[in-house]
Write a protein that binds this ligand. Structure first.
Ligand code: HEM
Length: 388
């Protein structure tokens, strides 16, 4: 189901939510699964212990051929309890609001440096390459404790890994290089711990008797993968939306205290990770008159839930004044996004800085020419040429 317009939800969602909020759909792979579109049902199912996130389960509803079937070590979102509980507990303290707020000055510095670079460079410039991708990737370098000397290597590989224009083998090659790099970094942090997430995790793994370095390297790669393209797409979409809606832009510029609420509303409105919250039933589940049988796939559409008029008045309107918090853009329940506080902070700082520093920022091409990524994995934009 393609999105109706660059910023809209697929139009089928509203009709399904009305008529049959838990419905059978055929996946691009040809298999069948349940699609859940009502906020209330999506939220209840997120906390149902009979739904598993295990991608090697034969019933897992992979959206593309070859997408399921692997469970790399350390990938939290694909683990079930009790394994998931053990590892999430080890890392959760790194992402609390308080811990993340400590990163504010450093994130501001990273954003300022990149906006300075952008202003000093030629116009038009691609916002994605100049700002949206490097900011989250550098923040994650800091978080993990990637040494300065290795940042260029790390950044280029990370960028190729998420570049949909790069070929499959090139992307896979970058992922493999990063994995090797992170495995080596884990050993370094074990021997010479520094003040960063990876060093602290190395200590916790050792205390818990987990000797598997590949697991820890996998967790580090997950933090990179999960926090890089997601945040980059949110930055690009939010800026593009604002440049196309001058009244909304003026509202935020006149009252920057609205920015945190606008960020929340952008998360609800775009729901970029709509397709990442899939599960498979481990036992029969009765819900709202429907029986989901053991072994059947379930797509918990946070994108559809986030446009449910029972929870959000006028759900297709972007409104920075609403309380968008009940949105499910970060999922819900045990797998709810670990990096949500960090993502919020990055978005807040980027938007605040851009509005202040480049008041006459504008798109350098018409909206219709922007390469939106309307694919099955994640929603976003490949390239946003801007000028001022
Ligand atoms: C705006 C940006 C982001 C969005 C929209 C987003 C979305 C999501 C969603 C929907 C889930 C739940 C997946 C599921 O239930 O199966 C999730 C989980 C996760 N996210 Fe995010 N995410 C974002 C940014 C980040 C960042 C910045 C990080 C880390 C630095 C991160 C790390 C994770 C991790 C580790 C999980 C798995 C948690 C678990 O399974 O316990 N995310 N994210």
């Amino acid at each position: 189901m393609p999105r109706a317009c660059p910023f809209g939800a697929p139009k089928e969602y509203a009709e399904l939510r009305e008529r049959e909020p838990i419905t059978r759909v055929r996946l691009p792979t040809g298999r069948w699964a349940w699609l859940v579109t009502a906020h209330d049902a999506v939220r209840r199912l997120f906390t149902d212990p009979n739904l598993s996130a295990n991608r090697v389960h034969p019933g897992f509803p992979a959206l593309l051929a070859g997408q399921g079937g692997i469970n790399p070590a350390g990938f939290l979102p694909w683990m079930d309890p009790p394994e998931h509980t053990t590892y999430r507990r080890m890392v959760i303290s790194e992402f609390t609001v308080r811990r993340v707020q400590r990163l504010r000055p450093r994130i501001e510095e990273i954003v300022t440096t990149h906006v300075d670079g952008l202003l000093a460079g030629p116009r038009p410039v691609d916002l994605v390459q100049a700002l949206s991708l490097p900011v989250p990737s550098l923040v994650i370098c800091d978080l993990l404790g990637v040494p300065y000397a290795d940042r260029e290597f790390f950044q280029t590989r990370a960028r190729i890994m998420v570049d949909r224009n790069a070929g499959g083998p090139e992307r896979l090659g970058s992922m493999t290089e990063l994995r090797t790099f992170l495995s080596d970094l884990v050993v370094t942090k074990q021997n010479e711990p520094t003040d960063d997430v990876l060093s602290r995790l190395a200590v916790k793994y050792r205390e818990a008797g987990v000797e598997d370095n590949e697991h820890l390297a996998g967790m580090a790669l997950l933090i990179l993968v999960a926090g890089h393209e997601t945040t980059a797409n949110m930055i690009s979409l939010a800026v593009t939306y604002l440049l196309e809606h001058p009244d909304r832009l003026a509202e935020l510029r006149d009252d920057p205290t609205l920015i945190p609420d606008a960020v929340e509303e952008f998360l609800r409105y775009f729901s970029i990770s709509d397709h990442s919250t899939n599960r498979v039933a481990l036992a029969d589940i009765e819900i709202d008159g429907v029986t989901i049988r053991a072994g059947e796939g379930v797509l918990l559409s946070n994108g559809a839930a986030n446009r449910d008029a029972k929870v959000f008045d006028d759900p297709d309107e972007f409104d920075a004044h609403r309380d968008a918090r009940p949105h499910l853009a970060f999922g819900y329940g045990i797998h709810q996004c670990l990096g949500q506080n960090l993502a919020r902070l990055e978005l807040e700082i980027v938007l605040g800085t851009l509005l202040e520093r480049i008041p006459d920022l504008r798109l350098a091409v018409p909206l219709a020419e922007l390469p939106f990524k309307n694919d099955t994995i994640m929603y976003g934009i490949h390239e946003v040429p801007v000028t001022w």
